[in-house]
Design a protein around this ligand. Structure first.
Ligand code: BMA
Length: 325
């Protein structure tokens, strides 16, 4: 347990350690649950839709390229997988050209009564982000390829700001540690007005790179964003999760970023697997009771779940904050 004094004026709050409680029967999904041949099940987007949970998970096929499958659950923990994949690389037009090497790390962003699906599209031209829309998880319409090469991990805010959509994204750079940027769009297709809003901190758990994780969700005090941060060790990179709070009116303004991570690889299926020492999130579901279910890929091999109290995550961002930039 750690007690923090919140400079923003809320009462001091005891934040438990660990702040995310792992589900007792993790992992919630493995390749053994999938009725077609796959090597992994990981990095899933998830929402609650029509009273049940829909998870869109990534799987490596046995040739090493990725597709997206679907699993459903009544309680957010016990999932059953659909007999056929949800999203395969397109065979049509420009999407076919840019999705040829696979589709990965899909986020489900609830925006204006529909779900925007943002996912990495891999091809011989590099990686970029494709955007699709669904309302019912039956019909999926591809909208556009919304980044150029070497930019991924796009999450879109649920609301517009000054009439514009806003997204967090993560360009690749040789000059600076990979950081979280914000971009805006009037129509979901054309994006710009981009700027960096959060950078890794030297000799810190996220020093190597950071990137957007789950789509941000609204709290009383700001948009809560669960992101990933990476630290390089002699034994390779370690992927952990962190939390940041963005201003409700101006998401480019970060009110607080927790100085400490909120989750690190600890369970055997997070420490060993396809890529060891990885917890990587693409989705979290805020609940009416003030908790949030957080989902992460363990070692790029299985899907895991846990819960946290939203107020405690917010308190951690506000009271034990490091500078965002
Ligand atoms: C990132 C992405 C993720 C993956 C992570 C750890 O760069 O490729 O899909 O989970 O590395 O391997």
């Amino acid at each position: 347990m750690a007690a923090f004094n919140d400079p923003a004026g809320q009462t001091a709050m005891i934040v438990p350690d660990p702040i995310i409680k792992r589900y007792k029967n993790n992992p919630v999904l493995t390749r053994k649950d999938v009725p077609y041949p796959v090597a992994t099940v990981h990095n899933a987007g998830i929402v609650r839709h029509d009273g049940h949970y829909i998870m869109l998970f990534r799987s490596h096929l046995l040739n090493g390229r990725s597709i997206i499958g679907r699993a459903d659950s009544k309680d957010g923990f016990a999932f059953s997988v659909h007999p056929r994949p949800f999203l395969l690389p397109s065979t049509d037009g420009i999407f076919a050209e840019y999705e040829a090497f696979g589709v990965e790390d899909l986020r489900i962003c609830p925006v204006e009564g529909a779900y925007l699906l943002s996912y990495s599209a891999y091809s011989r031209h590099g990686v970029r982000i494709a955007l699709a829309r669904t309302r019912d998880f039956e019909k999926v319409d591809r909208i556009a390829l919304i980044t150029q090469a070497d930019l991924r991990n796009v999450v879109i805010f649920p609301e517009r700001f000054g009439g514009r959509y806003a997204r967090l994204d993560r360009p690749h750079s040789e000059i600076s540690a990979w950081s979280i940027w914000i971009s805006y769009s009037p129509d979901l297709i054309h994006w710009g007005d981009s700027r960096v809003i959060m950078k890794p901190v030297a000799y810190h758990w996220d020093e190597m790179k950071i990137g957007p994780g789950a789509p941000p969700f609204k709290t009383d005090k700001g948009w809560l964003h669960i992101y990933h941060g990476v630290f390089k060790t002699m034994a390779g990179a370690v992927y952990r999760l962190g939390a940041a709070l963005h201003d409700l009116e101006d998401p480019a303004h970060i009110i607080g970023v927790s100085d400490q991570w909120i989750l690190q690889p600890e369970d055997p299926w997070e420490v060993t697997g396809y890529v060891p020492n990885v917890v990587f999130t693409c989705g979290a579901v805020p609940e009416d009771d003030g908790t949030v279910k957080i989902y992460w890929g363990g070692a790029d091999t299985v899907m895991c779940a846990g819960t946290a109290v939203i107020d405690e995550l917010v308190a951690l961002c506000l009271s034990d904050s490091r500078s965002p930039l």
